[in-house]
Write a protein that binds this ligand. Structure first.
Ligand SMILES: Nc1ncnc2c1ncn2[C@@H]1O[C@H](COP(=O)(O)OP(=O)(O)OP(=O)(O)O)[C@@H](O)[C@H]1O
Ligand SMILES: [Mg+2]
Length: 214
């Protein structure tokens, strides 16, 4: 099991980077009773066969890891979803890209800690991959957006220590602002328990793993 949900998110963004994506969007929407995460990329995507296999926790493409035959990124996500009765769906089109979306119940006793998202965001934005990354993080009604290309324009090369410090400050200030003393996982309100995320258009065909009531 991954230590935190942030670790899991980093792994999924890493999958997009490994798929050669030049545009990655990460949307995290925290509501009182629902944590919704969507990672969308324009990487190489998967054909129907690979997509089916990728839903199998024991699948990896066989190239990355010479000494193990299982991919762990998605496996941890499935495990968490299964243990906490969440939902996960993947949509992928070969040559066009992939979208991974999951919903988790913040109040579930088996849910791993969320983790330090400021740290995770800095790591993802300052990762040296060629493409662009946009992060949208909302907690109830407050939100902020961080775009890698725009940040580089303002702060300069993110491999420079000074720029990194400014990036860290920018992210931490925004995180503090949206969290605003609310707990990351506040007490659950039963009346909005089944409220679903409004992120993205999910009416298209999705490969669904586990329960999905959208
Ligand atoms: N965003 C994506 N775009 C294209 N293919 C993907 C994407 N995410 C996952 N895959 C495919 O699904 C497979 C399984 O992914 P998973 O993250 O579980 O394992 P892995 O990336 O192979 O290994 P690990 O995460 O342990 O380094 C990948 O090898 C890749 O073929
Ligand atoms: Mg992976």
């Amino acid at each position: 099991m991954h230590a935190t949900i942030c670790n899991m998110i980093i792994d999924l963004v890493h999958n997009s980077i490994e798929a050669g994506a030049t545009e990655i969007t990460l949307k995290i929407e925290e509501k009182d009773s629902n944590l919704s995460v969507v990672i969308e990329d324009n990487g190489r995507g998967m054909n129907a066969e690979t997509l089916t296999k990728a839903m199998d926790p024991f699948y990896t493409d066989g190239q990355k890891h010479k000494h193990r035959k299982v991919g762990l990124g998605l496996a941890f996500l499935y495990q968490t979803v299964e243990m906490t009765h969440g939902t996960v769906a993947i949509r992928s089109q070969e040559g066009e890209g992939t979208t991974v979306r999951f919903n988790l119940d913040p109040s579930h006793i088996d849910l791993p800690e969320f983790g330090n998202f400021a740290q995770a965001a800095v790591a993802m934005i300052s990762h040296g991959f060629e493409g662009d990354l946009t992060i949208e993080h909302s907690v109830n009604k407050k939100s902020y957006t961080a775009n890698k290309a725009e940040l580089i324009e303002v702060l300069g090369d993110l491999s420079e220590m000074e720029s990194l410090i400014l990036l860290k400050q920018f992210i931490e200030e925004n995180e503090k602002d949206i969290l605003d003393c609310e707990a990351i996982f506040p007490v659950i309100h039963p009346e909005i328990r089944n409220q679903q995320s409004t992120i993205g258009n999910f009416n298209e065909r999705w490969a669904i793993y586990g329960k999905n009531d959208t």
